[in-house]
Write a protein that binds this ligand. Structure first.
Ligand code: NDP
Ligand code: OXD
Length: 319
């Protein structure tokens, strides 16, 4: 139950995104709520901060802040703020965002499975040549990170007929999906994986995990002729030079990368032009104000009515 002396205004700081659609969605969903945008003139009025990548230290200036809402699924970029206030930190778990990610993952898996880049090259050369076509059931997809996003991709890929496994910190039970968990089972998971999909959060444990040492442990006997890497988690999960070397030496036969460290990907990176490498500009699953704001404001209303906040970041696990 909200008490009269509690701060209830919203600070909107979706930097570097355009605040306009977010502000419009907030005003439409809760016209009575006071909304402050960017550098707030009245910090003590702010109870809730809706943010993407605010400059470090911004949130520490809000003395009556009650909760921080990341406008995306990840919150790694907020956790790096040494002055991040010790209030609940909420992230996005939303069917619209999940659906967008699943679309991107399925698109990339199918593009590698059906050799789409080779067909594009053949088309450019006016070459009429059918390529080998293994069944989906003969292709082993391994998803690292079986959270809200990984589980949905796993379900759809499994329905398409792929042989799907997942790897997470703790066991995840899903019909038709083989579950591996913890560092102990990572090698067994990799050894049965032809297409590796990374949907991990960035934490001290996962930073740099997508390295040559890991690629060398992927299955070498698969129907695609070699393993493929797909990463939409975070750029700092991957060692970029190792991906380039792995493609050059055939350790990987292809990759689809949506995230980089740093972003944007440097124009001089060899990844831009490597065969069977697809690059997208951190666009796998966009956060949209229309989809995210109404449930987020309902969460705030429930919180003010005394209900607990959902989708909290566990600060000790860092995701
Ligand atoms: P969740 O927190 O729901 O899931 C994270 C998963 O990763 C869980 O299964 C978790 O295991 C697993 N995990 C975490 N640490 C480890 C570890 N050390 N070893 C093994 N498994 C681990 O996150 P979401 O699914 O919602 O999102 C995942 C990430 O996707 C986000 O953090 C973000 O970085 C990225 N993302 C990228 C977008 C883009 O457009 N490119 C858009 C949205 C998100 P457990 O189940 O045991 O907890
Ligand atoms: C997110 C992202 O974490 O878009 O939601 O990267």
């Amino acid at each position: 139950m909200i008490r009269s002396n509690e701060a209830t205004a919203i600070l909107l700081a979706p930097h570097p995104w355009d605040p306009a659609p977010w502000a419009a969605a907030i005003r439409a969903a809760d016209p009575q709520r006071r909304l402050l945008i960017g550098a707030a003139p009245d910090p003590a009025a702010i109870g809730y901060a809706l943010v993407w990548k605010p400059p470090a230290g911004t949130l520490a200036q809000l003395p009556r802040l009650r909760a921080i809402f990341s406008l995306g699924a990840g919150a790694d970029h907020l956790l790096t703020d040494p002055a991040l206030p010790d209030v609940p930190l909420v992230r996005v778990v939303n069917p619209d965002l999940t659906q967008r990610m699943t679309e991107w993952v399925v698109l990339q898996v199918l593009a590698h499975h059906r050799q789409q880049q080779r067909y594009h090259r053949q088309q450019a050369a006016r070459l009429w040549k059918e390529l080998p076509q293994p069944a989906a059931s003969e292709v082993r997809v391994g998803i690292m990170g079986m959270g809200a996003l990984g589980r949905d991709s796993a379900e759809v890929l499994q329905r398409l007929g792929f042989d799907v496994a997942g790897w997470s910190r703790r066991p995840v039970a899903m019909a038709g999906v083989t579950s591996f968990h913890s560092a102990d089972q990572l090698d067994a998971f990799l050894a049965r994986t032809d297409i590796l999909v990374s949907l991990l959060p960035l934490t001290p444990e996962t930073r740099g995990i997508l390295s040559m040492a890991l690629f060398n442990k992927l299955a070498k006997d698969g129907k695609l002729g070699g393993p493929v890497l797909i990463n939409a988690g975070r750029g700092a999960l991957q060692v970029e030079a190792d991906i380039v070397a792995a493609i050059e030496t055939g350790v990987l036969i292809g990759a689809s990368l949506d995230v980089f460290a740093p972003e944007p990907l440097d124009p001089s990176s060899p990844l831009w032009t490597m065969p069977n490498v697809a690059i997208t500009p951190h666009a796998a699953a966009a956060s949209t104000a229309e989809a995210l704001i109404p449930p987020l404001l309902r969460q705030i209303a429930d919180f003010e009515a005394g209900k607990p906040l959902a989708n909290l970041i566990d600060r000790s696990a860092r995701y």
